[in-house]
Design a protein around this ligand. Structure first.
Ligand SMILES: *Cc1c(COP(=O)(O)O)cnc(C)c1O
Length: 363
């Protein structure tokens, strides 16, 4: 009997979602975003399954090195770039592509002499998010400096990032896009702007290079649109098992702090999943799980390794039964709402302790 949580990853569904990206934007190239261990799905396995991607993007250097060492041949873009000369050398040695988002990073190029010049690099432009990026008025000089530097092998593209892509029709999206497009026109450079929400809802923003993340994992970026409505297929099924059953009497308390008190006699199951596995403690007294297609509520606080659920209405439930935490039949978007957070955070938090199993089942 399995007694531990497993995140089952459907690689066919993953591939389907990539084909959905291409269907929505047939004239753009795809840079699949697999940062943060591919949003918790396992970066190396996901990268190999998404072999039809034209490039990959991760946040940090170490993530890129790991992918390159696993045999990925496509360009791998480091979205945060690097901040030291030694990291720049590592990027070059592993043929990683850098984003330059401030002048210090461009300055670093003048302090190193790379045996292998950097290819497929990007200049991040600040267009409204005020997170990473060079102000528009500094782009001309930055592009000149990058073109002149021998450590840069080819033409640098222009990248920016929407702050409100999930708000369809928001005027700020148009304003951000216009700033980037004006620069691209002036300098004749390729653009990259669209994340999942923009790919799905804002065709004008597609540009040359798409950067889908969330949608590849079959998750909707919109509050009011489900993944099936967007033509996306669920990739992760996060499951564990019932490891104990408790009979409660009226007044009995459940879990740390006794924050659940039985109002009648009831049957409670203990499931082997806790916040150490990435099951958010925010789901204390508010989460839902699925047992044989039926919902059951989380009772009391989420512990490090366990939760308690109400199975009073499920007479057949027994030790060893599989419990779905999210996935088919219980969208992670729904669980995220219960936890007062976003799906991104829940899937990224699935911890090292959780075994990932990969299969090529029905997409
Ligand atoms: C994470 C990230 C993406 C992917 O965004 P999704 O909303 O997951 O599609 C794209 N671009 C940048 C710069 C990112 O940091």
């Amino acid at each position: 009997m399995q007694t531990y949580p497993v995140a089952t990853i459907n690689l066919s569904a993953l591939k389907h979602n990539l084909s959905r990206v291409k269907q929505l934007a047939p004239n753009s190239h795809v840079m699949s975003v697999i940062k943060a261990n591919a949003y918790g799905h396992g970066a190396v396995d996901v990268a190999h399954a998404l072999a039809e991607s034209d490039a990959f993007a991760v946040a940090r250097l170490a993530e890129g090195v790991q992918l390159r060492e696993s045999g990925i041949k496509q360009p791998i873009v480091i979205l945060e770039g690097v901040n030291t000369a030694s990291d720049m050398v590592i990027a070059s040695e592993h043929s990683l592509s850098l984003v330059f988002h401030n002048e210090l990073q461009i300055e670093l190029l003048t302090q190193v002499s790379l045996a292998k010049p950097l290819c497929f690099c990007w200049l991040m432009v600040e267009t409204g998010m005020h997170r990473l990026g060079l102000p528009v008025e500094k782009v001309d000089d930055a592009l000149i400096a990058l073109s002149a530097n021998e450590n840069i092998a080819d033409s640098v593209g222009l990248m920016s990032h929407f702050a409100n892509a999930d708000l369809i029709g928001d005027v700020r999206n148009k304003q951000q896009l216009e700033q980037l497009n004006q620069l691209a026109l002036k300098h004749g450079r390729p653009t990259s702007m669209a994340n999942s929400a923009a790919i799905l809802s804002y065709p004008e923003s597609h540009g040359h290079w798409l950067r889908p993340g969330l949608m590849l994992y079959g998750i909707s970026p919109f509050e009011d649109k489900t993944a099936p409505e967007l033509g996306l297929h669920t990739v992760m099924n996060f499951q564990s098992v019932i490891t104990a059953i408790q009979a409660l009497k009226v007044g009995d308390q459940v879990g740390y702090g006794g924050s659940w008190i039985a109002e009648s006699d009831m049957k409670v199951a203990i499931v082997s999943i806790g916040y150490a596995d990435g099951y958010s403690r925010q789901l204390s007294n508010s989460g839902m799980v699925l047992i044989q297609g039926k919902r059951a509520a989380v009772l009391g606080r989420v512990s490090m390794d366990m939760i308690a659920i109400d199975i009073s209405h499920l007479s057949y439930a027994t030790i060893g039964d599989k419990v779905t935490l999210w996935g088919d039949g219980l969208p992670v978007e729904y669980i995220a709402a219960q936890a007062n957070t976003i799906s991104y955070e829940l899937v990224c938090q699935v911890s090292q302790r959780v075994i990932r199993e990969y299969h090529n089942g029905q997409a």
